[in-house]
Design a binder for this molecule. Structure first.
Ligand code: B16
Ligand code: MG
Length: 218
């Protein structure tokens, strides 16, 4: 039996850090007199920090100097880091530990594949770093999702062929990246948004041990 590579996105899959990104982006947008709603925040899921700020500025019709742009990026991240400094294991999303434990018992290869440059800090906060054989995040890539780079690097680090990899993703861009990488895509969220994934589940409580075993054995 071939060992499979299981690749997990972070925000929206393992933990819900979107709410902290929202608070930090809202504070920044409001300081520039730009309105920022939770619906707009949805559009930033899986999107890199630079691209997120570019989108917010375009929604508010604002242009900034390079220096102002860099300053705001740093301020947003400082604010975000303050929020995540209070995170602990209670913030791991339901049934994620069960699935990680099962994959470990089945001796499968497990990687993180996240756009976040703060991924390692967050995994430390929630005490999950040791669950991963590889960690690939926003510091390791030059092209953001929907480019498949992050997942292809993860497959390489795990030593598993991309076609034997399975990706758990909550964002439209991330599911697209998994599909382009020729991996099995599993959307975590709503079918309406993630209909392009091969499978969609509301969350990990809907993913049975038998389903995981079928992915391992197929
Ligand atoms: P950072 P993921 C993504 O994480 C978030 O969904 C997205 O909202 C955020 O802008 C991006 O990481 C970059 O995060 O500012 O921490 O580098 O879903 O790919 O795990
Ligand atoms: Mg995500």
């Amino acid at each position: 039996m071939t060992k499979k590579g299981f690749i997990f996105d972070l925000d929206g899959v393992i933990v819900d850090t979107a709410k902290y990104h929202y608070l930090a982006w809202k504070k920044l947008a409001n300081s520039l007199d730009i309105d920022f709603t939770e619906e707009e925040n949805e559009q930033l899921k899986g999107v890199s920090r630079v691209k997120s700020l570019e989108k917010i500025l375009s929604w508010g019709n604002k242009t900034l100097t390079d220096e102002q742009f860099k300053g705001l990026m740093a301020a947003k991240n400082e604010d975000y880091l303050n929020h995540i400094s209070n995170m602990d294991e209670d913030e791991i999303l339901p049934d994620v530990p069960r699935v990680l434990q099962l994959l470990k018992e089945e001796q499968q290869a497990i990687s993180l594949g996240s756009a976040s440059k703060n991924a390692r800090t967050i995994l430390d906060q929630v005490n999950l770093k040791s669950a991963f054989d590889a960690i690939v995040d926003g510091n390791d890539v030059s092209k953001a999702k929907p480019d498949p780079e992050v997942f292809l690097i993860a497959a390489e680090q795990l030593g598993v062929n991309p076609k034997d990899c399975i990706v758990f993703e909550d964002s439209v861009a991330g599911v697209e990246a998994a599909n382009v990488a020729n991996m099995i895509s599993i959307g975590i969220g709503s079918e309406d948004v993630l209909g392009h994934a091969q499978y969609v589940f509301k969350d990990f409580t809907e993913i049975s041990d038998d389903f995981i075993k079928s992915l391992i054995n197929n």
